[in-house]
Design a protein around this ligand. Structure first.
Ligand SMILES: NC(=O)c1ccc[n+]([C@@H]2O[C@H](COP(=O)([O-])OP(=O)(O)OC[C@H]3O[C@@H](n4cnc5c(N)ncnc54)[C@H](OP(=O)(O)O)[C@@H]3O)[C@@H](O)[C@H]2O)c1
Length: 330
């Protein structure tokens, strides 16, 4: 298979004409170097993509770059012997749409060291319904379990529950045997949240407490929003429970005291999906394709968009309007 001389990509610029992103034609030689060229089948929209696509967050470190932190497709050509034409592969994070051209492109050029062979048990489509969001939820579970989180400690709270990371965490954590409580600002989505794994749906006011320690209500959890809700989750976590911090949909601040740590032995675990080491990355994708594979991927994929609809999708996400995952069909 050959790569056409010109193809479509959603490229982001920041120059004298201002910050802007849109579809344009590019050639393969304009993309950041890499050993593996793929014909992209799917990407997805993550919060970070919305920040990058609109300029609301400083995500790109050089310009112009093709957007999209996720990509999955078939190998067209590879100078690395580990990959051959026709192989199904995926990449999430690893500099895509930060320092390298990303997945919002009909063809993408990837670094072999970060390219994951599609694990048996997942289709390319499923791999991008998961994408960075699913990888992040699974990485959180991986870290919680490493630090001895157990169902006996109590339910896991998931904040930003209707979002991509939140929805996939409800499904993955409940499959792994935990009782999961969804914390959401969208009470009208309670049926959706229960249908994908939540045993209870609580309003954001469940995490509106301001004291450094409250009675322990949760065994731990995954926080996607930051700010006072994360502080409140720490204050309501049981002795030796763990809280994974993944997001800042509400705030990047964290005002708390050392009390949950030194009185209850609570741990705050950092989740940084983009820079996860290759060995852990491989292990997590194997789990996502087998015992941690969410049971409700089709329900969680609430929307499919072509490249041309990306600009309309970003603002609603930044305004907190997400529901599940948006798949980008290339
Ligand atoms: N650390 C990592 O490696 C990593 C990886 C992926 C994502 N993230 C971060 O995780 C967060 C979620 O990402 P995503 O892709 O899942 O985004 P998303 O699909 O847009 O979900 C975000 C959810 O957060 C909640 N939310 C939004 N604004 C809020 C506010 N002001 N206060 C409280 N809750 C609010 C909403 O859920 P409800 O309406 O249900 O409350 C929303 O659906 C983002 O901050 C993202 O940057 C981090």
């Amino acid at each position: 298979m050959t790569v056409p001389a010109a193809f479509n990509a959603f490229r982001i610029h920041n120059d004298a004409a201002g910050y802007r992103g849109g579809i344009e034609t590019v050639s393969i030689d304009e993309l950041a170097p890499g050993e593996v060229v793929i014909k992209t089948a799917y990407s997805s929209i993550n919060f970070k993509d919305a920040l990058a696509g609109t300029g609301e967050g400083k995500i790109l470190r050089s310009f112009p770059l093709v957007g999209g932190i996720d990509a999955a497709g078939h190998v067209v050509a590879s100078s690395d012997a580990k990959f051959k034409e026709g192989d199904a592969v995926l990449v999430t994070g690893c500099g895509l749409s930060e320092t390298r051209d990303g997945g919002y492109s009909e063809y993408a050029r990837l670094q072999a060291k970060w390219t994951i062979p599609l694990p048996a048990g997942l289709s390319l489509r499923e791999s991008m319904i998961l994408g960075t969001a699913g990888f992040t939820a699974a990485l959180a579970l991986f870290r919680l379990l490493e630090n001895r989180q157990a169902p006996e400690l109590g339910p896991l709270a998931v904040t930003g529950a209707t979002g991509g990371v939140g929805s996939l965490a409800l499904d993955i954590f409940s499959r792994a045997g935990f009782e999961v409580h969804a914390i959401s600002g969208k009470p009208e989505q309670a049926d959706y949240l229960k249908s994908i794994g939540a045993s209870q749906v609580l309003g954001r006011d469940a995490l509106a407490t301001a004291r450094p320690m409250e009675s322990a209500r949760f065994g731990g959890g995954l926080d996607n929003v930051g700010g006072p809700m994360l502080a409140s989750l720490l204050a309501q976590t049981a002795p030796y429970g763990n809280v994974a911090s993944a997001g800042l949909a509400a705030s990047h601040d964290l005002g708390t005291t050392v009390m949950p740590f030194i009185i209850r032995g609570v741990s705050l675990l950092g989740i940084a999906s983009a820079g996860t080491a290759r060995a852990i990355r491989d292990e997590i994708w194997q789990r996502l394709a087998s015992d941690w594979k969410p049971a409700h991927l089709d329900r969680i994929c609430t929307r499919e968009v072509p490249l041309s609809e990306l600009p309309q999708a970003f603002p609603a996400m930044l305004a907190g309007g997400s529901l599940g995952r948006t798949l980008v069909v290339i």
